[in-house]
Design a protein around this ligand. Structure first.
Ligand code: F6P
Length: 360
């Protein structure tokens, strides 16, 4: 019997997931291995819903956003929702997940995901499953890798949005605010803010004060620039020190859905300055669409490396980018928190050198 790899995509979708699936499958098939895709993240592994990934099945995938395997950011094998006579009960189904890898003759599972999905992959590895992780998230907040795939596309989309907001800001002499995703990390906001020529960039890593934001807007007015562009990351706290939360989801890995700091900031600026101020929340547009060329290449390199490590008999690893090279690190490194923007990083210093207001 041919040797087999399994692959699944977990957590929120990110541009480049299909490129990883394609790269894993193509490189494995070329070496005589088979590849099985589990559907809808860990749910498909527990419920044994899967497809055989043939050469035809993965054809035409490189440029497609989303994931052909489906994903979700709720189903955790160690705390899995099961219908019972009392409603939904949460059970530890991890033995079932490991057993299904065995019954499908999977030599190694390639788990493509962010912090939640890779922490689960690590826990499954501790139960004896052979797993290799691939770091995905638009937030770029995973430790032990210089970049996750999906980030570059999200930054490109956000930068495009900023270019478009400039038009209305200039024409109507307004302050235009763009709220971006990223959870506790300000990578998307900082990088796209620099790329899109923002005047103000607020990120969760740098505490901010309204006075400083207002001072920047007034400084620009005094220079004859009657518009300003501000970028605010969704994880930035309001002036009372609280997250702006759109929804609470107690059963999910991430218990709160952030969203709304942009409109809060817009109201504060308008009340204080009487300058018309509008907020746009870019939301899931950042996760959608075709991956950028850079993300296609990064995702492909990750997929090829993950498959090669697995076919070489290695496991308990996560592939990562170190400088220009794709390498691997122990999977448990990803379980050690998130990688946020260092407030003294070169990127932050670059923004400061340009006179961008970071709110502090
Ligand atoms: O982690 C990726 C991400 O897009 C975050 O930036 C955002 O906070 C979250 O997922 C949104 O998740 P959901 O699609 O479940 O609302």
């Amino acid at each position: 019997m041919n040797k087999r790899l399994g692959v699944l995509t977990g957590g929120g979708d990110a541009p480049g997931l299909n490129a990883v699936i394609r790269a894993v499958t193509r490189s494995a098939l070329r070496q005589g291995w088979e590849v099985i895709g589990f559907l809808d993240g860990y749910a498909g592994l527990i419920e044994n819903r899967n497809v055989i990934l043939t050469s035809n099945y993965i054809s035409g995938l490189l440029h497609r956003g989303g994931t052909i395997l489906g994903s979700n950011n709720r189903d955790n094998p160690f705390h899995f929702p099961v219908p019972s006579e009392h409603g939904i009960e949460y059970r530890d189904m991890s033995d079932q997940a490991v057993a299904n890898l065995k019954s499908n003759n999977i030599d190694c599972l390639i788990a493509i995901g962010g912090d939640g999905s890779l922490a689960i992959a690590h826990e499954l590895a501790q139960k004896g499953a052979r797993v290799i992780g691939v770091p995905k998230t638009i937030d770029n907040d995973l430790p032990a890798t210089d970049q996750t795939f999906g980030f570059d596309t999200a930054v490109t989309t956000a930068t495009d949005a900023l270019d478009k907001l400039h038009t209305t800001a200039e024409s109507h002499h307004r302050v235009m605010i763009l709220e971006l995703m990223g959870r506790d990390a300000g990578w998307i906001a900082l990088v796209s803010g620099i790329a899109g020529g923002a005047d103000i960039i607020l990120i969760p890593e740098i505490p901010w004060q309204l006075d400083n934001v207002i001072a920047k807007i007034k400084e620009r007015q005094n220079e004859g620039k009657h518009f300003s562009i501000a970028v605010v990351a969704e994880g930035v706290k309001d002036p009372t020190g609280k997250f702006v939360v759109r929804q609470h989801i107690p059963t999910a890995h991430t218990k709160i859905r952030l969203g709304g700091i942009g409109p809060v900031l817009a109201q504060l600026i308008e009340e204080t300055t009487s300058i018309e101020c509008r907020a746009t929340v870019l939301g899931h547009l950042q996760r959608g669409g075709s991956p950028s060329a850079s993300d296609r290449v990064l995702a492909t390199r990750y997929g090829v490396k993950a498959a090669q490590l697995a076919m070489d008999g290695q496991h308990g690893l996560m592939v990562c980018l170190k400088g220009q090279d794709i390498e691997s690190v122990p999977l448990d490194l990803v379980a050690r928190g998130t990688r946020t923007v260092p407030p003294d990083s070169q990127l932050v210093q670059t923004a400061r050198a340009l006179g961008i207001c970071l709110g502090d």
